[in-house]
Design a protein around this ligand. Structure first.
Ligand code: PMP
Length: 453
């Protein structure tokens, strides 16, 4: 099932690239400075280009192909649904949408039993915030620095990374606070317990100074992903839950990246025994085979919109092809033990190997994660923890990370790189042999980062 070098067709690849450069406008990019790799195909944990190079996908694209590329059951479900009913407005009752909602509700914690479908993560965040504002009659939303919630109007304001800066309207009632992150503690904490206690006290104080009666919601990624896979200390999320309850604030957990097996549970919230009022999801729900996201809604918030209309909707909400792929994905993940595989590979293979790699490489400051959701925090100096590249570096200042990424690709590994970090986020279906192959390539590529310590 792997592509052979004989499948290489550089001329076809050049044509694909030329066509791309003619009319495709790429996200997050200076259009004249990019060189997109033409892709010929993908299967399981791998994808390949037209030059005969095959890459082990340690990024899961944008951390979404939890079931791997081209899973046959999901491909078949999309084909069958396409033959039956390609599209229908959201107002109708359709078997495949009802089943997708049932399967999501069955997996989400607590009483999050009503599902509002969207086309992706940012729309899920937009709608969760709107629900919280209408439910509470309040406007402000608190979110964490070191977070990513999406690129639409409110979602980008909520985001706590530099991508917010150019489009921040500063008008959406968004307040940022510091979440827990012991390795780079905002609170000068030295233990997980201190970090947890001080982060909760800081949140309490932020709420007191903003005015609890003006705060509709607190939104957090259960395990912040893009910003660095920072597993929160035990007790933090339960503490936030208690604070929200005390002040009548809606607690939104964003599980767009952490959900559907990524952490070795169906949802990251399962690790902490915490149930939010609203839970946003996307990505892994159907591995992105057809765009899909959504909000899982508590009974209490759903009741707000029982006799009063919910003012929000999308032409493609609960799209039949997306829902069919979600049903097939969730069923295949259950039948094939894919969530259990993510937990097992993380605990037994990836975690121990990364810790051993960290011991040998001067550039690896910290290893953190769980399941198939890991980050290496790369540093110039292990003692001072100075990041390998400055915050939000680009161009020459970012050369150490660019050299590291290029070394990974030369070794047949497609990495996820963000600022001074590389994330190890393969498919939840990754085998032990594939994980070891990728870890060996990562190990070798890290010597390029070591050169800058
Ligand atoms: N929330 C989180 C936690 C995410 O990781 C992302 C995407 N990386 C989003 C929201 C936005 O999702 P989308 O790109 O599907 O709009």
């Amino acid at each position: 099932t792997t592509p052979s070098a004989s499948a290489a067709d550089p001329a076809a690849g050049a044509a694909v690239k030329a066509a791309d450069r003619a009319h495709v406008f790429h996200s997050w990019s200076a259009q004249g400075l990019i060189d997109p790799l033409p892709i010929a195909g993908a299967e399981g944990s791998y994808f390949w280009d037209y030059d005969g190079n095959r890459y082990l996908d340690f990024s899961s694209q944008l951390v979404n192909t939890n079931i791997g590329h081209q899973h046959p059951k999901v491909v078949a479900a999309i084909q069958e649904q396409a033959a039956k009913l390609c599209t229908i407005a959201p107002g109708f009752a359709v078997d495949v949408r009802s089943e997708a909602a049932r399967l999501v509700a069955e997996r989400t914690p607590g009483d999050l039993d009503k599902i509002f479908f969207t086309n992706g993560g940012a729309e899920a965040v937009e709608n969760a915030v709107r629900m919280a504002r209408l439910h509470t009659g309040r406007a402000k939303v608190l979110s964490a620095y070191r977070s990513y919630h999406g690129a639409t109007a409110t979602a980008i304001n909520l985001t706590g990374d530099p991508r917010r800066w150019p489009s921040d309207t500063a008008s959406a009632g968004v307040i940022h606070f510091w979440g827990p992150f012991l390795y780079r503690s905002a609170f000068h904490a030295e233990t997980e317990e201190q970090e947890c206690e001080r982060a909760l006290a800081h949140l309490e104080q932020t709420i007191a100074f903003e005015g609890p009666q003006s705060i509709a919601a607190i939104i957090l990624e259960t395990v912040p992903g893009t910003a660095g896979i920072m597993v929160p200390p035990a007790g933090y999320l339960a503490g936030v839950r208690e604070i929200c309850d005390r002040h009548g604030i809606v607690f939104i957990l964003d599980e767009v990246m952490a959900g559907f097996g990524r952490t070795g549970h169906w949802f990251a919230a399962d690790h902490f025994g915490v149930t939010p009022d609203l839970l946003t999801f996307a990505k892994g729900v159907n591995s992105g085979y057809v765009p899909l996201g959504g909000v899982a809604i508590s009974a209490e918030i759903a009741a707000t919109f029982d006799q009063r209309p919910y003012p929000g909707g999308l032409t493609y909400s609960g799209h039949p092809l997306a829902c069919a792929s979600a049903v097939a994905t969730m069923n295949a993940m259950a039948e094939e033990g894919i969530v259990e595989n993510a937990a097992d590979i993380g605990e037994r293979v990836i975690g121990p190997a990364l810790r051993e790699i960290a011991d040998r490489h001067p550039s690896v400051g910290e290893v953190r994660g769980l399941g198939v959701f890991w980050a290496l925090d790369l540093v110039k100096n292990k003692e001072t923890r100075e990041p390998l590249v400055p915050y939000n570096a680009s161009g020459a200042a970012n050369a150490p990370m660019a050299e590291f990424a290029a070394a990974c690709k030369r070794g047949g590994l497609w990495p996820f790189v963000n600022m001074n970090r590389t994330h190890v986020v393969p498919a939840c279906t990754v085998t032990e042999a594939e994980a070891k192959e990728g870890l060996a390539a990562l190990d070798e590529a890290l010597t390029a980062a070591d050169a800058h310590t």
